[in-house]
Ligand binder design. Sequence first.
Ligand code: FPP
Ligand code: MG
Length: 466
Amino acid sequence: MLGRSFIRRGSSWSAAVEAAARLVTPAAILKDPISLVSHEMSQLANNIGQLIGSGHPTLNRISAYYFESQGKKIRPLIVLLLSRALSEIPLEQRDRIKIDTLDIPEQPVYEGTKSLTALFAEQVKDPVGPLSPLKILHGINPNVILDPLTKPHESLPEFDSKRGILPKQRRLAEIVEMIHTASLLHDDVIDNSDSRRNRPTGNIAFNNKMAVLAGDFLLGRASVSISRLRNPEVIELLSTSIANLVEGEFMQLKNTVLQPNEDMIEDDTKEIPKPTGVIDTTIHEYSVKLPEGETITHEQNVQAAFEYYIHKTYLKTAALLSKSCRSAAILSGARDDVIENCYQFGRNVGLCFQMIDDVLDYTQTSQQLGKPGMADLKLGLATAPILFAWKENPELGKLISRKFKNPGDVEYAVEQVHKYKGLEKTKELADHHCQLALNNLRSALPESDSRSALEFLTNAIVTRSK
Ligand code: FPP
Ligand code: MG
């Protein structure tokens, strides 16, 4: 959990966090900002455990595997702190949508919404219960002796009136961590990675097939919990964020700006089936549109590649965070402008987070990261540091196109990144998004400890070293 590694003396993350804390936070938060949600964070893994039990022992082992180790848990931490900060907005200013009384049947803070209770009286009895008969969900009679493969349902975490975090927002934090973990299980198969959080990856400790299936299973269970939040807008957002992760990963697999041949994969050695036209497959266009007769300039090419990189980064990393921040605001009943700022906050933090990840890939050792370092170039990925170098040295375009696969390509690319200050420029870009995120927070939320903690965390993302 981030909270623990956060205060662990001597760790690079805690040093970064302390440095960032000095920049923004008042003394009380500086002591331990995460303490504001430490209660919820300490229960997160256990609550997730309740949502992922199945009747199959090996499936249970691999589904729980990544939750057992100390990840940063940055996504649920942000969702919880944001939810707490949103609870500081007076109720009369939260009138965009009706607050769902299912969340908090009898909390004084929500007294104003009592009239809705009758409307939902039936569901209040079981606010996150299944929507379909258990017999259908299980596929077997739930009363038989076998453990049902799909458990009935788990009740929502309790509402903590002091902290103001709604039960559904706590469930949202759990859902977000489940989706993220599912994507990591898949990502480690795709990247053929052997370590994560200083342990063997799921594909190594188990195998590829089980890692893929466990990721699918987590997504399935996350989807059950999403639907039981009973908020169509949130269901739409979170489901889209799952699709976005896949779109981002595909953009990373196949860079259509620099490898425009869409009929070929596997370094242009394998031809894929041509579209039959039976299904219309429209795509986003990233190539630069040129007036007839003109050829593309180096600057235009670089600009298109940066646009591609930013959009890929949004889909791969920022979509889940931004859409879950938006969901937290929707669940709080906040007005449109607050919801929009929460969304933009998540987007900017997500972009910043991934850009720093892309820098750390160059600068940190595998041991420091707890996962393979210098992985991106070896995987053929052109992230911001090399794009900045390419801007200055057009020759690098050839290396990017061939995914650094010739002998000496990786070493030359690293040298050029340093020569043209690609890491510094990427950090500047990350810092730009950090500043935008801080502005979003200040526009959306009244001053509070939770908002300060979020500001502190946002700064810590830029200065982190793992
Ligand atoms: C880590 O990237 C991976 C992601 C942020 C998303 C991966 C998404 C998929 C595999 C698509 C499938 C999605 C779902 C929901 C099953 P990285 O390789 O840059 O980071 P790393 O160094 O931590 O591995
Ligand atoms: Mg990876």
